[in-house]
Design a protein around this ligand. Sequence first.
Ligand SMILES: [Zn+2]
Length: 198
Amino acid sequence: MKSWKSILTVLVVSSATIGMQASPAAAATHPKLGCKFASGTMKWQDATTTSGYAAAAKNAIEAWNSTSTQFNINKTTSGANIRVANGNFGNTWKGLQFVGITLDTSQEVPTCNSTGTWRTTMVTWWNDYHTQHYAPSKRQAIMVHEIGHALGLAHVAAPSGSSCSKVTVMDIAIDRWYDKCGFWKPRPGDIAGANEIY
Ligand SMILES: [Zn+2]
């Protein structure tokens, strides 16, 4: 259903065009993937391998939970809707270069059933290869973005030169915008999009 390109966070500006193909959702103010969780009461599991990633995972979840949204993501040790993980995908993986990616439990592009709910647990990844030296807040920014995909949000692509006030955490180049604007929590546009889903 979705191309790989629709859910990765690109590493460099020159790759950004790969995620910007037109799709029906792209015309929306807050683009959606078209899939979501069945309930606004969700569970997440920490599958990180270091205390640094674990802290960023917890902070990313709390960043979403502290927004004015109708859902909540509670920690669990089994049966999670979202599994937050880090792993080394190398500089490129399946021909793609990314700092974060959201996959299903088979490491394939996530799909949803006829009722629009995800078929499997959503696994939100940091790519260690690129993020192992990131500051804690930059790791958080990446994971807030990936969790946004799990919630059902698609990419936004702000034109280069955009005012930081107009950029969202779901921007396809969040790593670059983090460097410029320094935000690592959901932005008003992200929250509005999530409120349209749940
Ligand atoms: Zn993304």
